[in-house]
Design a protein. Structure first.
Length: 507
């Protein structure tokens, strides 16, 4: 009887017959997930869908409250669209930013962020809202410096750890980050902005994790963080109310547990399919902060469990894309920054959804790309632009973009990024000087052209072809260190005399 199975090596188990997929083959990811531009496509797709969901839900959740306050019902939604357009402009700027320029400006940006956090505490400059002085009034809109401080801390920390990569120890890993984290946390505590401190802690965890800190240190930091939380809760009555409402929200349903209970009702009302877009009952001024902190509850009420599952899946895709970028990029700064940014965005989303469903205490953190808020949306889109920039700088992605035939507009808006170059390395070591020899590790090899050394891009098989083209009387002299040396001309051999030699006279 003829076997229909696939022949296998002796000692191996026979695979499934032809036409049937084995369990291992079913678990194999699709081929497009291993493409050169997959990270970029995942970031663009997930962030774009989250932004679209956010614009629709902000308009749905805020229209009724605006009408009850004698304002146009479309006003909050239009404001969010305007901020989204500004954020898309910031995204395009971030996509075109050179990585070296970002690294060089991070120390100055960190100093500027600290100064802005200090200015917020000055009476007359900082604006107090919901018991926190965390905004600066710009006339047309308000600006929240804590959002900028978190982004700058992530980029600066990645830059510092990338510089110290060669001699990195636990001490050199903690010393530059912890003091700066302490200063920023103290300024946020003075506002007070407990949610900002938690987000800053997520950035710190991402940097230390990507930097290779041993796991026992994270356990120690967890204990210190728990002690700090207990201290913060004990020093503020409103934080104590949040903790008690988290433990038992129905103990005080009309005061401390009012918001949490209304959020539970919204999620329970939605069921599997939801009540329909725009048909929420809790947005009729029954759920405080429905368009910002508790917008996930409105999503669950109007779009149901399936809508919430779509949002969670999109954040999971964003997390996978961020970690994929860090794994595939060769630049250490890009690796650290990608992990820190991804942990920050996805961790903040998890904390927001966690306290909406009752798993965590209320921290006041918004849902990235979905909640209402101008400063948060613009800076989040800028961060997404940085992730796209990092994804396009993967080595395989760079080669794919160079081979691809793109239009003039695409080349103008999205130029092909260059390979990673350390911005702190002297320029004479990064670029060959005119008339000199190319440095070791440069992308190309030196060859003689006239009286100057010219760098030519190496091609497969070009080395052997160049050796065959060397004329007689020349040779290549190597230095033994992997560099392709220059071609030097040998002097012609002297012609021997045909006259007989005279014998030497004895002394």
């Amino acid at each position: 009887m003829e076997s229909t199975g696939v022949p296998t090596a002796p000692g191996r188990r026979r695979t499934a017959p032809t036409g049937r997929r084995t369990p291992a083959a079913r678990l194999t990811p699709p081929a497009w997930l291993d493409g050169p531009m997959t990270s970029c496509h995942l970031v663009v797709g997930a962030a774009g869908m989250l932004l679209a969901i956010g614009l629709v839900m902000v308009f749905s959740a805020s229209a009724i409250e605006a009408a009850l306050n004698h304002q146009p019902a479309w006003r909050p939604g239009v404001d969010q669209v305007v901020f989204a357009c500004i954020g898309l402009g910031a995204l395009l700027v971030a996509v075109r930013l050179p990585v070296g320029l970002v690294r060089r400006w991070t120390p100055l940006a960190l100093v500027g962020s600290v100064l802005l956090l200090v200015l917020v505490l000055v009476p007359g400059i900082g604006v107090r809202l919901n018991g926190s002085r965390a905004w600066i009034d710009l006339g047309v809109t308000s600006f929240q410096p804590s959002e900028l401080a978190k982004l700058v801390f992530a980029l600066w920390g990645a830059h510092v750890l990338a510089v110290r990569e060669r001699f990195l120890t636990v001490r050199t890993l903690l010393v530059p980050l912890l003091p700066v984290f302490g200063v920023l946390s103290f300024l946020l505590y003075r506002e007070p902005d407990f949610g900002g401190i938690v987000s800053l802690g997520l950035v710190l965890v991402g940097l230390l994790w990507a930097g290779g800190l041993p796991g026992r240190w994270f356990a120690s930091f967890a204990l210190l963080g728990a002690g700090a939380v207990v201290l913060l809760v004990a020093t503020a009555s409103y934080r104590l109310e949040r903790v008690t409402s988290f433990l038992d929200p129905f103990a005080d349903p009309s005061n401390a547990g009012f918001q949490a209970i209304r959020g539970f009702y919204a999620l329970a009302t939605g069921g599997l399919w939801g009540v329909g877009l725009g048909n929420s009952a809790m947005k009729w001024n029954l759920l405080p902060e429905a368009e910002s902190d508790y917008i996930f509850a409105i999503i669950g009420e109007e779009l149901g469990f399936l809508g919430c599952l779509v949002v969670i899946t999109l954040y999971a895709v964003l997390a996978y894309a961020g970690f994929r970028i860090a794994r595939r990029c060769a630049d250490r700064f890009v690796q650290l920054a990608s992990v820190a940014i991804t942990v920050w965005l996805v961790g903040q989303a998890a904390l927001n959804m966690g306290y909406v469903v009752g798993l965590l205490p209320v921290t006041g953190l918004t849902l990235p790309l979905i909640s209402a808020g101008g400063t948060s949306l613009v800076l989040t889109l800028f961060i997404v632009g940085l992730l796209i920039r990092f994804a396009r700088s993967e080595p395989e992605a760079i080669e794919h973009q160079r081979r691809r035939d793109r239009g003039r507009l695409a080349r103008l808006l999205l130029p092909v990024p260059q390979h990673a170059v350390d911005p702190l390395r002297p320029r004479r070591d990064r670029r060959p000087e005119r008339g000199g020899r190319a440095p070791e590790g440069a992308a190309g090899r030196p060859a003689v052209s006239g009286s100057r050394t010219v760098v030519r891009v190496a091609r497969p098989g070009a080395r052997d072809a160049a050796r065959e083209r060397v004329p007689a009387g020349r040779e290549r002299r190597g230095d033994g260190r992997g560099r392709v040396p220059e071609v030097r001309r040998q002097p012609p051999p002297r012609a021997r005399s045909t006259a007989p030699e005279h014998p030497r006279r004895p002394r």
